[in-house]
Design a protein around this ligand. Structure first.
Ligand code: ADE
Length: 248
């Protein structure tokens, strides 16, 4: 039986996801509120992950052990590293890496101890499903029609794009051009940065649970990020996540 776990990095996103559940039932475990129900007849559990790698890992482990999820979807926001990414664009992770993991000289920089791998790769089937589900949001303007052109344009969002690329996660909020440059030099394929995805991906990898990480760009991970990020979160990120979850 399919049981989908949906984790969001913002409480507002989770409220939006809960509104899509039939027969919602709530339980609190370890300072997190898990809501179970069905979406299109499929058992689904939604939870706010809290922020950072530890918080997200603990939540993913609970979804796997207590709720017996068979697949995990993470939605949230990210800061853009690749200059071609704009606020309002959507990124689906191809691979995830922990940019703050460094056990040199015992092993290579970014290598996950004992797993012997550096990147966590998304299963191609999951990636393809997510891409097919999200493409109409952009191509058929579903995002524009559900959020409203006027709301999007307030944020300078005109034609949001969908990207598939590498995402870096770490316990740091990026708020300077220097941080951004250093990440880009160390990991040139990374398109955006956030604080949970690669941690959740590692837990899923260890339990053989297929995962998808979907991020909307809220800021450009530089000196403007502490202004852009909270505005984006407050005003539109939950509308993005509801529109995304409805498509999946
Ligand atoms: N998530 C969204 N914006 C971010 C940033 N600038 N740094 C880290 N995580 C983020």
């Amino acid at each position: 039986e399919r049981i989908i776990g949906i984790m969001g990095a913002m409480p507002e996103e989770i409220d939006g996801a809960i509104s899509l559940l039939n027969n919602p039932q709530r339980a609190v475990i370890g300072m997190r509120s898990y809501t179970t129900g069905t979406i299109n007849g499929i058992k689904t559990v939604v939870v706010f992950s809290r922020w950072g790698k530890v918080a997200a890992s603990a939540t993913a482990a609970t979804l796997i052990h207590i709720y017996k999820i068979t697949e995990l979807i993470f939605t949230g926001v990210a800061g853009a590293i690749d200059p071609t990414l704009k606020i309002g664009d959507i990124v689906i992770a191809k691979r995830l890496i922990q940019h703050d993991l460094d056990a040199r000289p015992l092993m290579g920089r970014f290598e996950i101890p004992l797993l012997g791998i550096t990147y966590l790769e998304c299963n191609t089937q999951q990636l393809d499903n997510a891409r097919k589900a999200i493409t109409p949001l952009i191509v058929n303007n579903i995002l524009r029609d559900t959020i409203g052109e006027n709301v999007l344009s307030e944020f300078g969002i005109v034609n949001p794009n969908l990207h598939i690329g590498d995402i870096a996660s770490g316990d740091q909020f990026f708020s300077s051009e220097l941080q951004k440059q250093q990440l880009n030099e160390a990991l040139p394929t990374v398109v955006c940065v956030e604080m949970e995805g690669a941690a959740v991906a590692q837990v899923c990898y260890e339990h053989k649970i297929p995962f998808t990480v979907i991020r909307t760009i809220s800021d450009t991970a530089d000196e403007k990020s502490h202004i852009d990020f909270p505005i984006f979160i407050e005003k539109i990120s939950s509308r993005y996540s509801v529109a995304i979850i409805e498509q999946l």
